[in-house]
Design a binder for this molecule. Structure first.
Ligand code: PHE
Length: 319
């Protein structure tokens, strides 16, 4: 009996089997219990010796069960420790997390700079009426400036805005001067090459007050360029033409030993003030419209503007 109990118990691999074995040997109708019951049939002189042997057997099996139980518990604990074990010297697992697109980042950076100079951020619709996009901005039907914009028309009444300047009009119609706003957003033109996208991002700036002059325009542009690209950045104004500003300027920024053309600017044309009901005798305004992609290209050294929208992860990861 002891031999078979030994091999039974050492083969038990889990606590359930072990429990079954306890019942088999020591339970109410178990083998050892059965021997105990036989005691009354044993001749009186053999009773002590028989009882002693059966008791020893019972104790033996009990301690075998106990040992195996401890062994199983030990194995279980080892398995759990192995599962929980962490090698603290291993390098951490690097996760590929996404990040904002470079255009969004530059846009937010520009917003922060202008907010810190007292401008507030406003937005206008991308689907616009020609009156806001052109007429109110002193660009009538016959005006040659309309051709340079190569607009997308939706129908007679609606078009995709070709610049963020209509937000100047919407802002002045809904607010009283003085005001200082920037208006970031997408604009659309029929154009596509290494330096032009059919959809791109502009940020409009407009500051209207009683005594605004070209000096203020130059100050804001220089201050903005320095905050964006560093103390040594230079700004150059070249005479230009926009129907909604007079005088008008093309603005270049000197960075990494090169001049970059990144924005148009000027002093708000009196006709624009008249169109929104501001008195041109009382109010002066400076306005600028900068190309967010152009700035991203200058700041991050992007050569082909189309790389910004190709969505090639190998390109996007660099920024
Ligand atoms: N709207 C002009 C453009 O898209 C830029 C501009 C804005 C020029 C404001 C002057 C004043 O080219």
């Amino acid at each position: 009996i002891l031999e078979s109990a030994k091999s039974d118990i050492s083969n038990a691999q889990d606590s359930r089997t072990l429990n079954d074995l306890r019942v088999k040997y020591l339970g109410k109708s178990g083998i050892v219990t059965g021997l105990m019951k036989k005691l009354k049939d044993i001749p009186a002189e053999e009773k002590p010796i028989f009882g002693k042997v059966v008791n020893e057997l019972k104790e033996e099996i009990e301690s075998l069960l106990e040992e195996q139980k401890n062994r199983l518990a030990e194995i279980e604990r080892e398995i759990i420790y192995k599962k929980l074990w962490v090698d603290h010297t291993m390098p951490g697992a690097k996760r590929d997390v996404g990040h904002l697109h470079i255009i969004s980042r530059v846009q937010m950076e520009l917003e922060d700079i202008f907010i810190s100079m007292g401008f507030s951020v406003v937005e206008g619709p991308e689907v616009e009426q020609p009156w806001f996009n052109f007429d109110a901005l002193n660009t009538p039907e016959w005006h040659p400036a309309r051709d340079s914009h190569d607009s997308f028309y939706i129908n007679e009444e609606y078009m995709l805005r070709t610049h963020t300047s209509p937000v100047q009009i919407r802002t002045m119609l809904s607010r009283k001067p003085p005001l200082a706003i920037v208006a970031p957003g997408r604009v659309y033109r029929r154009d596509y090459d290494a330096t032009h996208l059919p959809m791109f991002t502009q940020m409009e700036g407009l500051y209207v007050d009683h005594d605004v002059t070209v000096k203020h325009l130059k100050y804001f542009l220089e201050e903005f360029a320095r905050r964006l690209l560093g103390e040594n950045t230079k700004v150059r104004l070249r005479p230009s033409f926009f129907p909604f500003t007079e005088p008008s300027f093309e603005v270049d920024i000197y960075f990494n030993n090169r001049w970059f053309e990144i924005l148009g600017a000027g002093m708000v044309h009196p006709n624009v003030f008249k169109n929104v009901g501001y008195d041109p005798e009382q109010w002066r305004g400076l306005a600028f419209g900068l190309g967010v992609e152009r700035i991203a290209m200058v700041k991050y050294g992007v050569r082909d503007i189309r790389d910004l929208v190709r969505n090639d992860i190998r390109f996007l990861e660099n920024w």
